[in-house]
Design a protein around this ligand. Sequence first.
Ligand code: SF4
Ligand code: ZN
Length: 206
Amino acid sequence: MTTPTSPRRPDWRDQAACVQQGEPEDWFPHPTNLAAIDAAKRVCFRCPVMLDCAQYALTTRQETGVWGGLSEGQRYTLTKKRRVHLAGPDRIRAEVLRVLRPEMDPVTRLEDVWERSTRPLPGGHLAWAAGTAAHVKIRGVTYTANQLAFTVDRGRRPVGMVRRTPDCEVVECIHPKHLEDAQERELRRKLDELGVQPRPVEAVAS
Ligand code: SF4
Ligand SMILES: [Zn+2]
């Protein structure tokens, strides 16, 4: 009989990339923490047992965390709407790959989309290129212009709303250095309270 102290039989978990990398809580970020979810997914996409892990999470109805590259919301859709947990292993794996393939696509680079979608404005500001859709979908993730600008420049997903900094008064400006997310806004307010002068934004004509 198996007891909690008995060693378990070897299985897919022995090759789990998350065991070697990071802390267990890194795979259980808050559902609104998109940057942390993205970071966990990136490790999953290189994990040799991603499909086993996803299948396990779907069939055992794991509700929280990132499993097999799937977020909570993606698993919810796969189980509640598409009922894949009741399907055989082949269909489960096919559905997981269908959902994840756009996110795993290494061809679409955020930087390339950014380059194509922007145009310069006088005074060193930048605007979204005319005729370009207001949102872009890259690797399964939808970005507004502000979110794309921020992510390309900072190398991380924004926390909360991305808005112009008070230094830039050009309404349509999406210059990444003229934008800040909620985390940076909070930091700026704290620095203001302490009387510390933040760095001036780049490329704004005086
Ligand atoms: S797919 Fe992700 S969560 Fe699953 S074992 Fe691999 S790294 Fe861990
Ligand atoms: Zn600007």
